[in-house]
Write a protein that binds this ligand. Structure first.
Ligand SMILES: [Mg+2]
Length: 256
């Protein structure tokens, strides 16, 4: 293989992303996909111009660009100031449609007690980050790997006692309790049922285990699925791209 071809498949190229976005409906994860993973969720930096490029691309695709993320919807709006795309938050559990209507599960008393239990425990663990996501919560150990075992034990106990309607979700250096039921695949399928998504070919792009559900949903509809980076786990994605930076460059290009 010559060097040019090698280069084309790495940082300099576009991996398995299509040459054009025409006819596509885009479903984009955020962390590790559009933005680089940071030591804590609050520390991520959105590249200057990315929100504008996404807005421009959404216009070109008649609005068929949705963000499908583990973050709550409020956090997405704070991250992409001024950009109001259809969003599914909390790995599919929350939903804001093209009209701007939001639906999400209601927290139970047991859920609220569990959230406080984790918040108090994490306060005593140096470097562990507690994330309040509304009807979900998470503990991150990226900065404190020595606490991973304690977090796993506590979260398992919380999940066993919180009652029906909630489930544990693993991610990159994070364990989360989130609403059970709708996943990212359901989010993609739901968006695809109505304009402006209906009739287009879905392209799902993500980097982590919860993205596998939307990869499968996109594949089942004859669409495309692209994993960003390699998290070392098996994937159903039909293609890959080297890094968030390569994806951002692609977005800028196809939005132009
Ligand atoms: Mg991600």
């Amino acid at each position: 293989m010559d060097m040019e071809l090698l280069k084309d498949q790495g940082e300099a190229g576009r991996g398995d992303l299509p040459a054009s976005a025409a006819g596509l409906a885009l479903f984009l994860d955020i962390d590790g996909t559009l933005v680089d993973i940071a030591p804590t969720p609050d520390a991520v930096a959105v590249e200057p111009g990315l929100a504008e490029s996404l807005g421009r691309l959404a216009s070109r695709l008649d609005g068929a660009v949705a963000l499908v993320t583990g973050r709550p919807i409020e956090a997405v709006d704070a991250l992409f100031d001024g950009l109001r795309l259809p969003v599914s938050g909390l790995h599919g559990a929350e939903w804001r449609d093209t009209r701007g209507d939001v639906s999400r599960p209601e927290p139970t008393d047991a859920f609220l007690r569990s959230r406080e239990r984790l918040r108090r425990a994490v306060a005593g663990w140096e470097g562990v980050v507690f994330e309040d996501k509304g009807v979900a919560f998470a503990a991150h150990w990226r900065l404190a790997p020595l606490h991973e075992k304690e977090i796993r034990e506590l979260m398992r106990d919380i999940a066993a006692k919180v009652g029906e309607g909630w489930t544990l979700q693993a991610g990159k250096c994070v364990l989360e309790l989130r609403p059970k039921g709708r996943d990212k695949g359901d989010a993609l399928t739901g968006f695809m049922a109505a304009k402006p998504f209906a009739g287009r070919r879905p392209l799902a792009i993500g980097d982590d285990v919860t993205d596998e559900a939307m990869f499968a949903a996109a594949n089942a509809m004859g669409g495309l699925s692209v994993r960003v980076g390699d998290n070392g786990r098996p994937t159903v994605a039909s293609g890959s791209v080297a890094s968030p930076a390569v994806l951002r460059r692609w977005i800028t290009g196809v939005a132009a």
